[in-house]
Structure formats: C-alpha cells, structure tokens
Write a protein that binds this ligand. Structure first.
Ligand code: SDX
Length: 436
C-alpha cells in the first residue's frame, strides 16, 4: 500500500515537496517533517507545541473533543472504578495489567524500595523550616542521582527497570519527609505491612506515641480510596509539559533521577501541576460568593493577568474526564468529613457560575482535574503547599513509564529544537569608551 503523504509548497520560492503522513492506532495523523529543512530550506514554528507531536508513544491516548483518556487502551473510568494505583503503575510501565502473582511481586518489590539512604534523610535539615515542599522535592529527588549513579548502566534494561521501581517506591517517603520537615516532626519510616497509600498517610500524619483515635484516624478507608483514585487519575497524561521535560532531559542520556527532578520542576508551575494549590489561593482571594462576578470579570479581562485557576486545558475542549470522576469523590469525601469551611461552598458556587458564563462556554473552559483535587486534598487535611507534591507522587508513574519507553527505543535521538531568530543581524564590536 503506498505511503500517504502531505505536500508542502513554499509559495514564495515555488518549491514543493511531499512528506509522509503517519497514522497512529488512534487520534490525529501527523506529517513527518524531519526532512523539511533539507528539502525546502524552512523550519516549522509552533509556539507551545499546539500542533506538534514530539514522539510516538503506546502509553496514553487523549481525545480532547470527546473527553477520552486511555491508559494502555483501558478507559480511565474503568481503571478509576476497579483498579489500584500500583496496578495502574504496573500497567503504564509494562503495557499490560498484572496477574495476581505479578501484582504481588510488583507490590512486594515496591515495598522493599520505600526506604531512603539514611544520609539522604539528612538533606532535609539543610532546608529552612518554611521551604516550599516542592523546592525540597526538586532538591532531594535530584540528589538521588548522587546515590545511584556510578553503577547505573542505562543500556541495561534491568538497570532501567530497577531505577524506575526505586523512583516509584521512594517518592511517597520523600514527599512525607518534606511535610514532616516543614512541621518540625521526626521522619516516620515506611512499613512493609501497609499498602502504598496507607504507608504514605502513616508517614505523613502518624506521631510516635499516637494511638488511632476514630475521629483523627487518618488511615480512614474513604481517605485511602480517595487517594488511590486521585493517584490513578494523575498518573499519566501523554506529552504534558512535565513529561515532555523528562523526555527532553532523558534524551541526552542524563541520570534518570536528575531527569525526574526536572519533571518535578516543570510540574510546579501554576499553569500545570501547581494549579491545584493555586485554586485554593484563588478561592481565598475571591473570599465570598458575592465576589464571584467580580473575579469572573477579571478572568475575562484581557488586560488583567488574573485567570480562573483549575479551568481550561490545552487538550480537553469539552470536559476533562478526570474532573468528572473526581467530582463524585469530592462529594463523597465532603460527606465523610463534613466541614463548615466556606471555601467548599465557594468552590462549588464558582464552578456553577463559570459553567453558565458565555465566555467560558465559548472559550471551552471547563473545570480540569486540578479544580477538584485541591478541594479533596483540603478535606483530607493535606496542607495546601503539599498539593502539587501529591501530583508528583502520582505522575512519577507516568514519568518513569515514558522514560522506560524512550530509553528502550533504538531510534531515540537527542531532542534539539530549532528557532525563528529575531535578534540583531551581524554587527561589529564597539570599544567600551566609544559607546554612548
Ligand atoms: C494540568 O497538559 C496536560 O495534560 C496538563 C495536565 C496533566 O495531567 O498533565 O492536565 C495537568 O496542568 C491541568 C491544567 C492546570 N492549569 C490551570 O488550571 C491553570 C489555568 N488554566 C490556564 O492557564 C490554561 O487554560 C492552560 C494553561 C491550562 C491551557 O493554556 P493554553 O492551552 O495555552 O490556552 P490559552 O492560554 O491559549 O487560552 C486560550 C484562551 C485565551 O483567550 P484568548 O487569548 O484566545 O482570547 O482561553 C483563555 C485565554 O486567555 N483562558 C482562560 C483560562 N484558560 C485559558 N481565561 C481565563 N481563565 C483561564 N483559566
């Protein structure tokens, strides 16, 4: 069967060439423009990569118009209903759901890698007590590359696999240690007898002498169920900014722990994973329900930098399927942990107002996953500055899966984009004393 192609003609020079049209198993076809510069002497320009595919991947598929999200072909709705975060992590990393024995071995191996090198635990003491936990995450995860470096052979699939397992296993331990440092509490070691989410909650909130008191029982089944769900929904999202950062950093062959630290840095931004924390700050800024119209007007005002955090998405233009799933859990958590916190009422009123507003409807700006996740984390008594850290724990599954995929691709090349140069043309140096 002949290859489908796309013709590109430079109407200025009259030159024209054909380029292969690549079709995936699902989604938008892509034109392979790798030889564009060679054939037509031009580059493409696509600020923010709105129409540019950076790689081929089997991991996650998103259809932004239909609100479809598949992890290795499985609909997110089914995984959210039936699976666990570790089972989904296995799926993303290995391409298939594990059988009972595979899941047991995977879980057991993860549990045995949750500990940190004791010297690493000392790193936290170097941070001021009020350091943002995301700053600590970037630093401490990056420093794992100092503990796992020399013996690492990235050509060896087993070295790659164990590196990915270590990152998935240690992220909750590091995350909990960031929180414990910020409140001046001693670290709590991970336990082999607790599940992934239970272990995290125990490392976060348990006190040495504390007995579980019903009302304070932080390993509540609803809490664990909500965390599992939130981690599943945040596990991967194809080539988002932080995953693309991990891929670009990894394309140079850099230490994998350093590359994941680069992904954490990218995720921190309020336009990306930092949005969940920014949603709560925005709600606090709005203050009361009667102020909503004023802030909606600000969000619509082109001269006002204010944006409605937790709304809009580069890909989803009708609804974020994760938001739809999370919304139900939001109500379940608020019912289990009733609160008179006015922020919850304000959030739901803001959602209702924005969904009816012409501007948001016309611009296709709907609540995204970050709008609701922050509300749930707050109800679970996770501090606001830890919200994006929670996103890191979950997205580590996606980051290491994309890392494994690209590192096993023999055609993988270093990522090195070009540019449209808009600076000065050639000019001569002028001695300092001759300058005006
Ligand atoms: C995540 O990529 C992923 O998959 C990310 C993520 C993942 O799982 O990895 O899904 C996680 O990052 C979710 C998004 C979290 N961010 C926020 O909630 C921050 C608020 N949202 C916006 O900053 C924005 O919507 C983005 C960053 C999410 C998307 O930005 P785009 O695609 O570049 O869209 P844009 O900025 O070009 O906006 C298009 C129009 C603009 O108006 P015009 O210039 O066309 O007149 O919509 C407006 C924007 O001004 N707009 C908003 C808005 N978002 C877009 N106006 C008000 N409030 C907003 N939130």
């Amino acid at each position: 069967m002949s290859q489908d192609t796309v013709s590109i003609k430079n109407n200025t020079s009259g030159e024209e060439a054909e380029f292969p049209l690549l079709k995936g198993s699902l989604g938008t076809p892509t034109v392979d423009i790798g030889t564009l510069n060679k054939n037509l002497g031009i580059f493409t320009y696509d600020q923010g990569f709105v129409s540019t595919a950076s790689c081929k991947s089997d991991i996650t598929f998103i259809d932004g118009n239909k609100g479809i999200l598949l992890y290795r072909g499985y609909p997110i709705e089914q995984l959210a209903k039936h699976s666990s975060f570790l089972e989904v992590s296995y799926l993303l990393m290995n391409g298939e759901l594990p059988n009972k024995d595979e899941l047991f071995s995977f879980t057991d191996e993860i549990n045995h890698h949750t500990m940190l090198h004791e010297a690493l635990s000392g790193f936290f003491g170097g941070f001021h007590y009020d350091a943002h936990p995301m700053a600590m995450m970037v630093g401490v995860v990056g420093s794992l590359s100092a503990f796992y470096h020399g013996e690492l052979n990235m050509e060896d699939p087993e070295h790659r696999r164990i590196s990915a397992m270590r990152m998935l296993a240690k992220m909750p331990t590091i995350a909990a240690a960031c929180y414990r440092h910020s409140v001046g509490w001693p670290n709590v070691y991970p336990r082999l007898d607790l599940g992934y989410c239970e272990n995290f909650l125990n490392m976060m909130f348990s006190l040495p002498s504390q007995k579980y008191i019903e009302k304070d029982n932080y390993i509540d089944p609803i809490t664990v169920k909500a965390l599992n769900l939130l981690f599943i929904l945040h596990a991967d999202h194809e080539q988002n900014a932080s995953t693309s950062t991990v891929r670009l950093a990894s394309s140079t062959g850099a230490n994998p722990y350093a590359c994941i630290a680069a992904g954490i840095s990218a995720l921190w931004g309020p336009a990306h994973g930092g949005a969940n924390e920014a949603v709560l700050s925005m709600l606090a800024q709005i203050g009361t329900v009667d102020k909503i119209p004023e802030y909606i007007a600000k969000a619509k005002d082109k001269n006002d930098p204010f944006r409605l955090m937790g709304f809009g998405h580069r890909v989803y233009k009708n609804f974020d399927p994760r938001a739809t799933i999370i919304r139900e859990t939001c109500y379940e958590v608020l019912e289990r942990f009733p609160t008179d916190d006015p922020l919850f009422e304000l959030a739901l009123a803001l959602e209702e107002y924005a969904l009816k507003d012409e501007y948001f409807i016309e611009k296709k700006l709907y609540p995204n996953v970050d709008f609701y996740s922050g509300i749930i984390y707050r109800a679970l008594k996770i501090p606001e500055n830890m919200f994006t850290v929670m996103f890191v724990i979950a997205r580590t599954a996606g980051w290491v899966s994309h890392w494994l995929e690209m590192m096993s691709d023999p055609t993988q090349r270093i990522g090195r984009p070009r540019q449209l140069y808009t600076g000065y043309a050639n000019r001569d140096y002028v001695p300092t004393d001759a300058r005006k």
